[in-house]
Ligand binder design. Structure first.
Ligand code: SAM
Length: 238
């Protein structure tokens, strides 16, 4: 099926190594359907909190994927309540959260990590804003970075962040191979003109924000720090 460049990039970052893929906040369900078409996992779960969305989606899935009915499930749920505990602890889960703000994405990851400390969980996030504070929060959790990608679709830039928890199926701690850095790290590993353009846009945005803030506020201090750190990334890739 024809999907956006952003969803196509997320699809490309999904390896076929998970028992369950949860397309949380799925809305139109395009991503989950693409994953289902290529049988990316034994079970593809479509999750959305809005009943009219999941009702509509159920009709479309029943039409298009009737023969594969044992491979997909629809859940009308808050993504925080996905029933991972219904499955044995050996099963691997990929949780995709795309199209939500950074703060809400962080709350979901935090909640799921707390709820399922012994499960093998990976996350693919494509947040809409607030990447810096999202990563600051993620860095405090037992997560390690797998990959990061940047892309531009029409005039919008998107970051995709792939994470894994430290815990394997038998509950042993893994070492965090790639710690999470607030400005992004693997994101800039193969820099090109797009990366420069994006960093310049970030810097201009936060320079505007800084001017609007009370110089003695905590937000001012944080914005100044962000500008310094993004400036260092820009210098490093030039
Ligand atoms: C902007 S759409 C994103 C759709 C798709 N993931 C994408 O990236 O194109 C956001 C969707 O998230 C759903 N949503 C918001 N908060 C949610 C939550 N806590 N749990 C499940 N779904 C949620 C909304 O109902 C809406 O359908």
């Amino acid at each position: 099926m024809k999907i956006s460049k952003r969803l196509a990039m997320i699809d490309k970052m999904v390896a076929s190594t998970h028992h369950h893929i949860w397309d949380c906040c799925c809305d139109h369900g395009h991503l989950g359907m693409t994953l289902l078409e290529r049988q990316a996992a034994q079970h593809i779960h479509f999750v959305d909190i809005v009943p009219s969305i999941t009702k509509n989606l159920a009709q479309r899935l029943n039409q298009r994927f009737c023969a594969e009915q044992d491979q997909w499930q629809i859940h009308t749920l808050d993504a925080l309540d996905i029933p991972i505990d219904q499955y044995s602890v050996e099963q691997r889960h990929l949780i995709i959260i795309a199209g939500l703000g950074g703060e809400q994405s962080l709350q979901l990851v935090q909640g799921l990590i707390e709820k399922y400390p012994n499960n093998d969980l990976q996350f693919l996030l494509c947040p809409l804003r607030h990447h810096y504070t999202l990563r600051l929060g993620l860095a405090k959790l037992s997560l390690s970075l797998v990959a990061e990608q940047l892309l531009k679709e029409q005039k919008w830039y998107y970051e995709i962040i792939h994470l894994t928890n430290y815990v394997n199926a038998v509950g042993c701690e893994r070492i965090a191979k790639n710690p999470i850095i607030a400005t992004g790290s693997l994101l800039w590993s193969e820099p090109n003109a797009l990366h420069q353009e994006y960093l310049m846009q970030i810097m201009q945005h936060y320079q505007r924000v800084l001017r609007s803030l009370d110089a003695s506020s905590e937000q001012h201090r944080l914005t100044q720090t962000m500008l310094t750190q993004y400036g260092q990334v820009l210098e490093g890739i030039n």
